[in-house]
Design a protein around this ligand. Structure first.
Ligand code: NAD
Ligand code: WQD
Length: 341
């Protein structure tokens, strides 16, 4: 069975390709390498013993996308990761985000309709919940007005898939990720942040390795036990496995609705200070940090209700926070050795 993975050389995509190939799926990656490197293909081959088929083009290009789908009309399903994801950049350049994230999705859905390809798994985000009224947050919690153009592209994409599904044979699984961190156990693939990281985990590892002088902890006056903000961090390989399960649910005709939504998190919230403590415990490395004011746009606390994903998808995140922070550190050291950290 052939599966298209868009954004398959990226962070979450590359880990998912590894899990798909481990289960015997034939993978075709489409990526324009705007935020990843072609060497990732070698590393996937090193881990799995198989090099995925790779086509490099921009999914915003309707003609190229249509030609791709005509050539690969035998696809069993699509996992669509390709998108821009930097929240701050999306505030500065909203059109860049609306154009890339929405036009690419529309071109893919068009190609699916034209070639009668039924199944799409979409990378959504817990950002659609904003600051939920009730925690842990369930899938039926109201979607709140997006704070950033990036977040808005996720909300609009979910609606585009739902509307298209109603009017066609297309089925969709929308996966709302919480905070994926960590890297593959081999440290052959991981997250490659461009420039100064925005996210907590790469900022921690870059500080520990000496690229950044100290971590700025954004806010210590939140209504949480230690005053720092709480998120639901999950290991990227657990997240990757969920995609394989989602694809199989579609292929095996197990869906109960044409569009289904699942939260992907561990169900446990950890504060910024707890992540720092885990990093220090799992690596033995002391971290420099300073408490700062809150970061504008940050929410106070969010973690997932994972019951639906556990029961209905049959998926559960298994890796601990210490495994996440230790694997992120192993990856950072590999990057440093290669002069890429
Ligand atoms: P990433 O940047 O590492 O991977 C995305 C890949 O898509 C990159 O390799 C990039 O080159 C490619 N790409 C982007 N635009 C493209 C285009 N027009 N045509 C072809 N290729 C294109 O990001 P990631 O962290 O792996 O995220 C994957 C998906 O998951 C994204 O949709 C992101 O919004 C979503 N997501 C990520 C997180 C997170 O914290 N990493 C959380 C929630 C949701
Ligand atoms: C986590 C916590 C920060 C950096 C982002 C996106 C969201 C979604 C998930 C894609 C927060 C704190 C961070 C630092 C810090 N992604 N922090 N110092 O904010 O939950 O959300 O990823 O869909 O759309 O916005 O993740 O890793 O940036 O922050 O103290 O240098 O770490 O304040 O509490 P976040 P994050």
């Amino acid at each position: 069975m052939k599966i298209l993975v868009t954004g398959g050389t990226g962070y979450i995509g590359s880990h998912t390709v590894v899990e798909l190939q481990a289960k015997g799926y034939e993978v075709v990656i489409v990526d324009d390498l705007s935020n990843s490197s072609v060497e990732v293909l070698d590393h996937i081959a090193e881990i799995t013993g198989k090099r995925p088929v790779f086509e490099q083009f921009d999914l915003k290009d309707a003609l190229k996308t249509s030609a791709f789908f005509s050539k690969h009309s035998d696809l069993g399903g699509i996992i669509h990761f390709a998108a821009f994801k930097a929240v701050g950049e999306s505030v500065e350049f909203p059109l860049k985000y609306y154009q890339n994230n929405l036009v690419s999705l529309i071109n893919i859905l068009q190609g699916m309709m034209e070639n009668k390809i039924r199944n799409i798994v979409f990378s959504s985000s817990c950002t659609v919940y904003g600051q939920p009224d009730k925690l842990p947050v369930k899938e039926d919690a109201p979607v709140q007005k997006a704070w950033s153009p990036y977040g808005n592209t996720k909300q609009i994409s979910e609606e585009i898939i739902s509307d298209t599904s109603k009017a066609s044979g297309i089925d969709g699984i929308l996966l709302r990720y919480f905070n994926p961190i960590g890297a593959h156990e081999t440290a052959l693939i991981g997250e490659l942040p461009l420039g100064v990281p925005n996210s907590l985990m790469p900022y921690i590892t870059q500080t520990a390795i000496g690229i950044r002088p100290f971590l700025r902890v954004w806010g210590s006056d939140y209504d949480t036990p230690d005053g720092t903000a709480i998120r639901d961090y999950l290991h990227v390989t657990d997240l990757a496995v969920a995609h394989v399960i989602a694809v199989e649910r579609m292929l095996n005709g197990k869906m109960k609705q044409k569009v289904e939504v699942f939260n992907l998190g561990t169900g446990n919230g950890f504060s910024v200070m707890q992540v720092i403590e885990s990093f220090e415990r799992s690596t033995g490395v002391k971290l420099n940090y300073q408490i700062m004011d809150r970061r504008p746009g940050d929410i106070e606390k969010v973690w997932a209700d994972t019951e639906f994903a556990n029961k209905e998808l049959g998926w559960k995140a298994v890796k601990s926070l210490d495994e996440m922070t230790a694997s992120a550190w192993k990856w950072e050291k590999v990057l440093a050795q290669k002069g890429k950290g």
